[in-house]
Write a protein that binds this ligand. Structure first.
Ligand code: CAA
Length: 379
């Protein structure tokens, strides 16, 4: 049977499932309503090693392989997609780039607390006028004694207001275009980093997303990540892993929608029999399950490649494109199967439908994934 998991991978997945079902799922609907960020859950995720899963234990992480991380993330998303996105961002685009590009001193200072869950991390690439076209970012990093001062605006920043360290891209040389962008590790605990109010979003309502103003925010000399001009390489390298994470998040949401739909199709009757006995409902269920199975294989394959240290830009993009588009469709069908009840907050599919929608947008829209796939094929 493919994929065949190792005993360690199975153990990680099962531990994640048990924790997610016992501790995360029960409060998901209430947090969706209140918008409360579940600090206590993140404290526990940190203790379990789930916030720096692929980071070696010597740097505070769990030291497991990338596929194990993806399996755990899927289980968390099944329970609550809001928790999953914060977990994904911390693992993939905060710890990931520091692991890949950080100096030993940076790993000791920033990676250890991020991977152990002592503090949370985030990623500041997007700006109000630079989303898909990341290279158009305008934030400036100006040299000052002992380091850099950052000025500009960052938009849609996940974990804003709850995270401490952000991998942040800013322009160090305005004349060098894409090569004039550098990456920094920004400490948000300073007056120069001004967090906006959390955005009022359609879904993922207990995950915090904010606009950030950088007003002479200081970054010490030794907190530049990589070399001057490496900013996009740092960002896009991290996003390859991040995109597999978002695909896993979508997979978890879609699996939940599937399970809710099957249960409802057995329980709800119409025209004198369970609706699951109507061929039109069966057609939906069969198509949903087929897309889910195909998506799962793409996600696990991309994760296995990433874990093996192989190039996976194309596979990460196809996994994200297919899985998130399929997950949006699956959740839409799940609402349809539930009929009027699917439109009610009383049923989980209403939240899943809202939560899943952003997965075709963030960490690279579906249009950007198509562009990445085509470029990889044609280069
Ligand atoms: N890995 C490593 N390096 C990479 C890379 C990858 N996958 N892809 C590109 N690079 C490198 C390139 O080699 C290049 O460096 P060199 O010139 O030294 O070779 C540099 O990065 C710039 O690459 P491009 O010239 O290809 O850049 P581009 O301007 O043409 O952009 C793009 C390409 C695919 C459109 C890119 O801008 C992109 O992915 N846009 C989408 C941005 C995005 O995903 N944003 C998500 C924000 S994070 C988020 O959403 C988090 C959250 O809250 C959940």
């Amino acid at each position: 049977m493919f994929p065949q998991f190792t005993d360690d991978q199975t153990a990680v997945r099962d531990a994640a499932r048990d924790f997610a079902q016992a501790e995360i799922a029960p409060g998901a609907a209430a947090r969706d309503a209140s918008g409360e960020f579940p600090e206590a859950i993140f404290h526990e995720l940190g203790e379990m090693g789930f916030l720096g899963m692929t980071v070696p234990e010597s740097y505070g992480g769990a030291g497991v392989d990338f596929l194990s991380y993806i399996l755990a993330l899927e289980q968390v998303a099944y329970a609550d997609a809001s928790v999953a996105v914060a977990m994904s961002v911390n693992n993939s685009v905060a710890c990931g780039p520091i692991m890949a590009f950080g100096t030993e001193a940076q790993k000791q200072k920033y990676l250890k607390p991020l991977a152990s869950g002592e503090v949370l991390g985030g990623f500041m690439l997007t700006e109000p006028d630079a989303g898909s076209d990341a290279a158009a970012l305008k934030s400036r990093a100006t040299r000052v004694e002992g380091g850099w001062r950052l000025n500009g605006s960052k938009a849609w920043i996940t974990n804003g207001g709850v995270a401490r360290y952000f991998v942040t891209m800013a322009r160090t040389d305005p004349d060098k275009g894409k090569k004039g962008i550098s990456a920094f590790i920004l400490d948000a605990q300073q007056p120069g980093v001004v967090m906006g109010r959390p955005e009022e979003k359609m879904g993922l309502r207990s995950s915090k997303t904010v606009m950030v103003a950088l007003e002479d925010a200081f970054v010490p000399e030794d907190a530049m990540l990589g070399k001057p001009g490496d900013g996009l390489k740092v960002a896009f390298g991290g996003l390859d892993g991040g995109r597999i994470g978002i695909a896993a998040q979508a997979l978890g949401i879609a699996q939940r929608a599937m399970d809710e739909s099957v249960a409802y199709a057995k329980a709800r009757t119409s025209f004198g029999k369970p609706i699951g006995e109507h061929q039109m409902i069966q057609t939906y269920l069969a198509e949903m399950e087929s897309r889910l199975q195909a998506a799962r294989l793409l996600v696990y394959r991309a994760a296995a490649l990433r874990g093996a240290g192989r190039a996976c830009t194309l596979e990460a993009a196809t996994a994200k494109l297919f899985t998130t588009e399929s997950a949006v469709w699956i959740c839409d069908r799940a609402v349809q199967i539930h009929g009027g009840y699917g439109y009610s907050r009383e049923y989980a599919v209403e939240r899943l439908y809202r939560d899943v929608r952003v997965t075709t947008i963030y960490e690279g829209t579906s249009e950007i994934q198509r562009m990445v796939v085509a470029r990889e094929l044609l280069k």
